[in-house]
Design a protein around this ligand. Structure first.
Ligand code: IVH
Length: 752
């Protein structure tokens, strides 16, 4: 070897190591140490050396990723250890059943430690490293035989061509999922569309299509990434006694692993993990379709073994599908609290997003027209998280003959009053006001709800019955209900009647803000109600308020910023003007931008003489409506004033006050201003700090800390080994936080 070549060889080895380290920082850790330009410089140096000494190019050189020549077909790879699939669980019950089976087989009552990680929706791949160098990459195929996609996988930046560090076994097979990040998928589809080609249906298909390209140069242009989650053949046996520790070792060698991997204790820990991942799912830059739980200890895994094609020690808990196909039986119109008429599709019941759905909103008539939904249509419905199920699209091929368009009814389906849809607005409304039973019913439900009067036990079904039976006509009638009247309702007894009476009694002590919110004034939500209460202090002041107490008008109507400036500029630059004839006509004849005769008349009315007008500032001329009450604009103000001018409303309010509803007038509520006011927490499981300390902290921020979970609980803070409270919280849909989640919530609340 010439001295030059020997030098080059040493430098090439140095560059390999350096570039590999930067690749790892950039692609696997997302934490680069050098700029792109510095990186390019290293790559260029390597390329130049390799050009001079082609015989020094090795397959693990970072220059060898760019994509080799196309293949005729993929070779076949025999997996020395088969690539298995996973058993699925579709519910907490099925997961519990899995945990029970596992423990029965292991003959243990103790809670097991599970390694928990997201289940990526991509393609399984096996990477074979020999002496730290990537020698082969294969797809899963039938589990025993897959396709040799080495040349393609080499183009994936987060797959190390050579392992970092030291201590790896001579043979190391790592298994993982190749996927396409959502962001990369969108960009790719945009490119594909621009070239006039058909876009990919989803990131999974795009990843599969990209990896199974015979031309690696195409694969090289596709944004693929990998997360490693398991192992095949390893010379010398497992890397550590547990799965989680083995994963930590390969991460140190530069293989990319999920940052979400955690060990959790028992089936309770699995449930918390599942919910947390489900909640954060949309924020990940990759699609996941569930989470995977694996018994962490390898000795236990070995005792459990396999069935057919899946290990007994692992399970995938899948997220419920968020979309499903069903048929619309009919379209009906629902009337809301403010009379808004909403078209609702009545569906053949279908299981979607984890629940059986038989109604889906169509939002408004504009949506019905846009989606061209008709009764009898087969449709795709979507229910994601806690959102109301909706119709996504119609499957036109399945439309029955003669299916008719849906028309907005001219009369309210409940009370027969006229339906009004103002031009340009999407929402149509029943004009019946509180004569409409539907509006009454909905306003009573609103009044009774937790954030309003908080009347426990007065649920939707009971309100429906009370209104239907004629016992309750308006809000004030609630407080006249007799024990036997309540007990006579369906599914009610004396005990529940007593409870309701007690709840009604308790609700009488309230705050002005809650009361205003409960009244259901249009446009008045929780924050507006609080603003009104703190501004007007008393109900009487609010009742007497006029529009001018909410909004003041400044300047001259019809004069905007531009016209105001134009007027000022003109008059200042023409100091010796003389009025000829009628002042307003003369002003209009000056042809100042925006100054019409109408505006001129108003200017004259307000300023009287040319001298006074000439002295006016832009701010005095420009028309502005200013809110006197924080956050209450003109539209809301009009609704509030109109509400307190309706004799019927005033009468109901008087009767409510007569019935004993009261609050401390004129006093701001200090508790409402604390970061956690109005929130109820429950603590469970073993936490890293004493419970008393966390409780004190929460209470000092205005929260209530309760001993047991109920519908009123806002958050369950669950530590390790959380048990029955966690289960209850999950049943009731109460949000569960771990300590990190609590910390995040506190920071967010305190920042606001
Ligand atoms: S472990 C023996 N972990 O899901 C256990 N698989 O339905 C083998 N998958 O073929 C799989 N994310 O392609 C495991 N964190 C993860 C996973 C995961 C996605 C895929 C994998 C497997 C399929 C089984």
């Amino acid at each position: 070897m010439t001295p030059h070549k020997a030098e080059a060889k040493a430098r090439i080895a140095q560059l390999h190591a350096e570039i590999n380290r930067h690749n790892y920082r950039y692609y696997s850790l997302d934490d680069p140490l050098i700029s792109d330009a510095e990186y390019d410089q290293l790559m260029r140096e390597l390329q130049q050396l390799e050009q001079r000494f082609p015989e020094l190019i090795t397959p693990d050189s970072p220059t060898q990723r760019v994509g080799a020549e196309p293949l005729d077909r993929f070779g076949e790879v025999h997996h020395r250890l088969p690539m298995l699939s996973l058993e699925n669980a579709f519910s907490d019950t099925e997961l519990k059943e899995f945990d029970r089976r596992v423990r029965a087989r292991l003959k243990t009552d103790e809670e097991l430690i599970y390694a928990a990680e997201p289940k990526l929706d991509g393609l399984a791949i096996s990477l074979r490293y020999e002496d730290g160098v990537l020698v082969q990459a294969a797809t899963r195929g039938d589990g025993n035989r897959g396709e040799d996609v080495t040349l393609n996988v080499r183009t994936i930046p987060s797959v190390p061509l050579a392992l970092l560090g030291s201590g790896w076994p001579a043979i190391l097979e790592v298994r993982g999922e190749v996927y396409m990040p959502k962001s990369g998928f969108l960009a790719l589809n945009e490119r594909v569309c621009q070239m006039g080609q058909k876009p990919f249906a989803n990131p999974r298909n795009a990843a599969a299509g990209s990896l199974r390209q015979l031309d690696p140069r195409i694969t090289a242009t596709r944004p693929l990434a990998i997360y490693c989650y398991g192992f095949g053949e390893i010379e010398g046996g497992p890397l550590a006694p547990t799965h989680s520790k083995s994963i930590a070792r390969i991460a140190a060698w530069g293989l990319r692993v999920s940052p979400e991997l955690q060990t959790v204790k028992g089936v309770g820990g699995c449930a918390v993990y599942y919910r947390q991942i489900a909640q954060r799912r949309d924020a990940f830059d990759y699609d996941i379709d569930g989470v995977v739980f694996k018994v962490d200890r390898y000795d236990l895994q070995a005792r459990l073994g396999f069935v057919a094609r899946a290990p007994r020690w692992a399970i995938a808990q899948k997220f419920p599908a968020e979309e499903a196909i069903t048929r619309i039986k009919a379209v009906e119109f629902q009337v809301g609290r403010t009379g808004a008429i909403t078209p609702v599709a009545r569906l053949e019941p279908v299981f979607v997003g984890g629940a059986t759905v038989s109604n889906a909103t169509l939002h408004n008539m504009d949506e019905v027209v846009r989606k061209d939904v008709r009764a009898g249509d087969t449709v795709c419905v979507r229910r994601a998280g806690d959102v109301i199920p909706e119709v996504v699209r119609v499957i036109l091929e399945k439309r029955p003959k003669g299916a008719e368009r849906i028309l907005l009814p001219t009369r309210c389906p409940v009370c027969g009053s006229e339906v009004i849809k103002p031009e340009g607005e999407a929402v149509a409304r029943c004009s019946g006001g509180l004569c409409c039973a539907a509006q009454r019913r909905e306003s009573i439900k609103h009044f009774a709800a937790r954030r309003m009067m908080d009347i426990e036990g007065l649920g939707d079904k009971l309100v429906d019955q009370l209104v239907e039976s004629g016992l309750v006509h308006d809000l004030a009638d609630l407080y006249q209900l007799k024990r036997e009247q309540i007990a006579g309702m369906e599914r009610m007894g004396e005990k529940s009647a007593d409870n309701l009476l007690q709840a009604l009694e308790k609700s009488k002590q309230t705050t002005l803000a809650r009361f205003l919110f409960a009244l259901g004034i249009r446009e008045v939500g929780e924050a507006t109600a609080a603003a009104l209460a703190s501004h007007f202090k008393t109900l009487d002041a609010l009742k007497q308020a006029r529009l001018s107490d909410f909004i003041i008008e400044k300047g001259v109507k019809g004069v905007g910023e531009v016209t105001a400036k134009a007027i000022c500029d003109y008059l200042q630059s023409h100091p010796n003007l003389v009025v000829h004839g009628d002042f307003a006509c003369w002003l209009a004849s000056l042809k100042i931008r925006g100054l019409t005769l109408e505006v001129a008349k108003r200017l004259v009315e307000q300023f009287g003489s040319l001298d006074q007008l000439s002295a006016a500032t832009v701010d005095q001329l420009r028309y502005q409506r200013c809110s006197l009450v924080d956050g209450v604009g003109p539209v809301t103000a009009e609704h509030v004033v109109a509400f307190f001018h309706q004799p019927h409303n005033l009468e109901v309010i008087d009767r409510l006050i007569d019935a004993g509803i009261h609050w401390d007038e004129g006093e701001a509520e200090p508790s409402d201003q604390q970061p956690l006011s109005g929130l109820t927490f429950v603590l469970t499981g073993s936490l890293s700090r004493p419970r008393g300390e966390i409780k004190d902290q929460l209470q000092s921020l205005g929260a209530r800390v309760a001993g047991s979970v109920s519908k009123k609980t806002h958050y369950l803070v669950a530590g390790d080994a959380a048990g029955s409270k966690l289960e209850k919280a999950q049943q009731l849909g109460v949000q569960v936080l771990d300590e990190a989640g609590l910390e995040a919530l506190l920071q967010e609340r305190q920042a606001n």
